[in-house]
Design a protein around this ligand. Structure first.
Ligand SMILES: [Zn+2]
Ligand SMILES: [Zn+2]
Length: 131
C-alpha cells in the first residue's frame, strides 16, 4: 500500500508554495526597485553601502505595510540591518508601553533545602547527650 495522503493536501501545499513564491518575488522586486531609485545609504546611520555589502541594506516600509509599494519609492526607506531592527524594536516598544514588566522574579518560597536540613543542630544535640 502506498502512503495515504489526505485528499487535497497536496493542492493546498501547492497554493501555499505559490503564495510564498509570489511573496518572495514581490519582495525581491520591490527591493530591486528601491535599490534602483534610492541611494545606497542607510537612512538612520548614514552608512554607505557598496555592491559587495548590499545585502546588509534592507528595504523598510515607512507605513509598515509591505504591500504598499508605490513605484516612486515614497513608502520605502533603505536601512542597514541593524538600524532596521532598531526601527522595528522601537515600534514594538511603543506598542506595548508599560503593559507588563519584563523581569520575571522567580520566587521559590516555601522550599528551602538549606534551611530545613540542619546537620549542625543535630550535632549539638548529640554533644549535649554525650556530656
Ligand atoms: Zn544603519
Ligand atoms: Zn521595516
Amino acid at each position: 500500500m502506498p502512503s495515504r495522503k489526505p485528499p487535497g493536501s497536496s493542492r493546498l501545499d501547492r497554493i501555499v508554495a505559490e503564495a510564498k513564491k509570489a511573496q518572495q518575488e514581490r519582495a525581491h522586486s520591490y527591493r530591486e526597485q528601491a535599490l534602483k531609485i534610492l541611494p545606497w545609504i542607510c537612512g538612520r546611520c548614514a552608512r554607505e553601502f557598496g555592491r559587495e555589502r548590499l545585502r546588509e541594506l534592507t528595504v523598510h516600509h515607512k507605513d509598515g505595510n509591505h504591500d504598499n509599494n508605490p513605484p516612486d519609492g515614497s513608502n520605502w526607506e533603505l536601512l542597514c540591518v541593524y538600524c532596521h531592527e532598531n526601527e522595528h524594536a522601537r515600534y514594538e516598544d511603543s506598542k506595548n508601553s508599560g503593559s507588563e514588566p519584563k523581569s520575571k522574579n522567580q520566587q521559590n518560597s516555601g522550599s528551602d533545602p538549606i534551611a530545613t536540613h540542619r546537620p549542625l543542630e543535630k550535632l549539638g544535640e548529640l554533644l549535649k547527650k554525650k556530656r
